[in-house]
Write a protein that binds this ligand. Sequence first.
Ligand code: ZN
Length: 395
Amino acid sequence: MWQEALRAGNVQSIHPRSHIMGFVRLEINMEFSIINNNGQQRRASICTSRGHINTPAFMPVGTLGTVKAMSPEELREIGAEIILGNTYHLYLRPGIEVISALEGLHSFMNWDMPILTDSGGFQVFSLAPFRKIGEHGVQFRSHIDGSVHFIGPAEAMKIQGVLGSDIAMAFDECIPYPASYEYAEKSTEMTTRWARECRKLQNYGQALFGIIQGGMYKDLRKRSLEDLLFIGFDGYAVGGLSVGEPKEQMHEMISFCASLLPADKPRYLMGIGDIGDMLVAVDAGFDMFDCVMPTRNARNGTLFTSQGRISIKREEFKFDKGPLDPDCGCYTCRNYSRGYLRHLFLSREILSMRLNTLHNLFFYQDFFRKMRDAIVENRFRAFREQWERVFDIRP
Ligand SMILES: [Zn+2]
């Protein structure tokens, strides 16, 4: 009966201590262990039934059941240990009935390592052309065909259950910038109520992270975080940053939130993938990141290298026989010249997107490998300064 109730999500009413403890721990296949922390930066490991994730970790974004231009084998080869799937996009296309019939997202896309799915909240608020927010969720029009849909905490948990991700995210509203205190407060309180609902409906065997909101108001961030801690999640994410606020404000909020987050759970900074921002966040103690930056930039011809950013279309590379990045060990850099990559890009060849994406994702994974080593060897500060010089970032 206990197991059945757990599967049905009806755990709150049958546990004798539930009224005191908040929610009962569900049996989940995830363990978080800190290997090393020198100061605030953490070198840790998340162990799931589908594999280990060494942190700090970067998660390539696989919006529609594919990390654009990459095969799962290539992702494995460059060292990706976890990827992100978008609930909103997969729900609209191909639809959960298709993914359910084809046995979940891992099987559907032939990726047997960990997957984190977002809740769909961010895309509903940023992509849908029309939306109406209510207590139980959001009614919206599809950005594809204008059809009307509804996603709230219950739907987000159900969809993520069908997708079968290893880590699910609670449904939230990403507060736009700027926002009044009154709006931010109301929205944050609703996100907390939605988080509680998601926690009640947590899928068996699936880890669930809560998302801290609060806009640019420290007291609201603190309250959001304390409320989520009371509910109790397997990990904690900070959302609603990099939404147009000045960098200094973003960095201040990153450090502020990190200082309040519990040490024994993974900390995920959502949607931030700028090298300088990630250095600030890892320095403050964040463990997980995702961003379309390496993949989207690759398709636009902007490449990350040990010498900074390169726009491959530039005239100066026309006769360049050298590799894109002499310090990079990726397939692209081992086999092709800058001159050839420039030609592929200008000719809009499919191979351009493939080779550029391969390089950028390899660069990100390699950057994180080196960063993890730097933390263990107690030289993160020097590592941060070195890369801030390369990317011309002023601290
Ligand atoms: Zn490379």
